[in-house]
Design a protein around this ligand. Structure first.
Ligand code: NAD
Length: 488
């Protein structure tokens, strides 16, 4: 990968706020600094929005809503479809940009472009299918009309781990439904969202329909937007504690909210599982995105009779990983996002090992530029270890043995989260029982990756509210009106 290509790509990314169809500096002199986590080098400085800039973005979204919400759905669909096509043309640029600002291996970044793009295509197809109902009431005294309406201007807050897909998963259904948006990407990875806003502009999205604010002061900029009575919807993807704080703020305006929060996914391997498939699934469910996914398997709950063999096989695979900058050939493990993530992985491993877990491989930060942590396997993790309770968000695979099915279910459900669960068994009846017994918004049965634009993504319990994707996704941005009228 040539340095010139990286430099040219970064230079082409807008460095300003996108408000009301204009690229403009914020009112502050300060900048948001973006670093390459694989080298620790500063790669770009961009505008740092103030609270007043945030309100200016909401002004633009509120003004544009009048027209966009009345634009025929077919026209909205065609713009989204053009955005999908443009993303295919620019897919290599988007993949490289994500690798540079977030660190994921290039092959995975390409996968994210493919996945993220599907939301544009899916919701371009869904928008014309939103329908109402008309019919006689049961008494026969009148006609009932049920219609769907765009909820209004929305505020979309996205995390750093999937810079493109988390943006398209919100922007595409919002626009499809006729909503306008203010988007606030994570301060660690704002460049992909700015490049995507440029793409939407090129695709013909009208001025003010999509506005982007980048800021180093997320809390101070977000709160006035959330408390503004013109805002009608907040959609957030990020950690549970921040989501809880935002829900409190949103309660004042009784906002519609979608909350895609943290996870603590169990990965259950029964003694009747196909172990080859389970190991493949485990590697994907754990190490994709260097373990930094809300859907990452967090606890490997493995039947005692196969636990040692499972640990041996995953360790063998992990020791063969290529580690390095995501742009290099053969790299499957890039850096973690920052120092804090490295320190967290290290302390979770140290706590478990201190309580008696066996360290099979890895366990330490890697001494090189950037923020790297060794891919790690630990087994026989004792109950009470922090790693079983907290979201790891790093390349650490932790194995806990179990003895029978009830035991496995109790362990899997013993978490305040409920985003996704993975189960490996060749016994159909057991698989069906697990579908019924696990407290989870999503489940992979003999498969380690479940995300799909056509499916409802979302969690139970502290993992969130609402669904993104699928037929459900557009309804997060629609509200229902019931009208009664006398018989004709
Ligand atoms: P985070 O909560 O720190 O940040 C998420 C976003 O919120 C960022 O844009 C950040 O700038 C912003 N933010 C932080 N404090 C804020 C405040 N006070 N007011 C307004 N905005 C604020 O999370 P993160 O570290 O960026 O992402 C990792 C977390 O996201 C993990 O917990 C992961 O599980 C979760 N996640 C969930 C999903 C899902 O779909 N359920 C998907 C990806 C990530």
């Amino acid at each position: 990968m040539s340095e010139n290509r990286e430099r040219d790509l970064l230079a082409a990314v807008p460095d300003s706020l996108f408000i009301g169809g204009e690229w403009r500096r914020g009112e502050r002199e300060s900048t948001v600094k973006v670093y390459d986590p694989a080298t620790g080098e500063l790669i770009k400085e961009i505008a740092d929005a103030s609270p007043a800039d945030g309100i200016a973005a909401l002004d633009a979204a509120a003004t544009a809503f009048e027209t966009w919400s009345r634009t025929p759905s077919r026209q909205r669909a065609e713009i989204l479809r053009r955005a999908f096509d443009l993303l295919q043309e620019r897919k290599e640029d988007f993949a490289l940009l994500m690798t540079l600002e977030m660190g994921k291996p290039l092959a995975e970044a390409r996968g994210e472009v493919a996945y993220g793009g599907e939301f544009l295509r899916w919701f371009s197809e869904e928008t014309a299918h939103v329908q109402g109902r008309y019919g006689a009431n049961p008494e026969g005294t009148g006609r009932m009309i049920v219609s769907q309406h765009a909820v209004g201007p929305c505020f979309l807050i996205t995390p750093w781990n999937f810079p493109l897909a988390m943006a398209t998963r919100k922007i595409a259904p919002a626009l499809a439904a006729g909503c306008t948006v203010v988007v606030k990407p994570a301060e660690l990875t704002p460049l992909t969202t700015l490049a995507f806003a440029k793409l939407l502009e090129d695709a013909g999205v009208p001025a003010g329909v999509v506005n982007v604010i980048t800021t180093s002061t997320s809390g101070a900029v977000s709160e006035p937007i959330i408390r503004d009575p013109r805002l009608r919807k907040l959609s957030f993807t990020g950690s549970t504690p921040v989501g809880q704080r935002l829900l409190e703020q949103a309660s004042q305006g009784v906002l519609r909210t979608s909350m895609e929060l943290g996870g603590n996914a169990p990965f259950v391997v029964f003694d009747d599982a196909d172990l080859d498939k389970a190991v493949d699934g485990a590697i994907a469910a754990k190490f994709r995105n260097i373990g930094q996914a809300c859907t990452a398997a967090n606890r490997f709950i493995v039947h005692r009779s196969v636990a040692d063999e499972f640990a041996r096989r995953v360790t063998e695979r992990v020791e063969a990983f290529g580690i390095g900058r995501g742009t290099e050939d053969g790299v499957t493990i890039g850096p973690l996002i920052d120092d804090r993530a490295v320190a967290k992985a290290q302390s979770l491993v140290a706590d478990a090992v201190g309580r008696g877990a066996s360290l099979r491989t890895g366990g330490s930060p890697i001494d090189r530029p950037g923020t790297f942590f060794e891919p790690t396997v630990i087994s026989d993790v004792p109950a009470g270890s922090d790693i079983l309770r907290e979201e790891i968000f790093g390349p650490v695979l932790a194995i806990v043995p179990f003895d029978d099915e009830d035991d496995a279910v109790a362990l899997a459900n013993s978490t305040e989260y409920g985003l996704v669960s993975y189960v490996y068994t060749e016994n159909l009846a057991r698989g069906q029982r697990m579908i019924e017994r696990l407290e989870t918004g999503m489940m992979g049965l003999n498969i380690g990756v479940v995300s799909n634009a056509a499916a409802p993504f979302g969690g139970w319990k502290l993992s969130g509210l609402g669904r993104e994707g699928g037929a459900e996704g557009i309804h997060e941005y629609l509200q229902t009106k019931y009208t009664l009228t006398p018989n004709p």
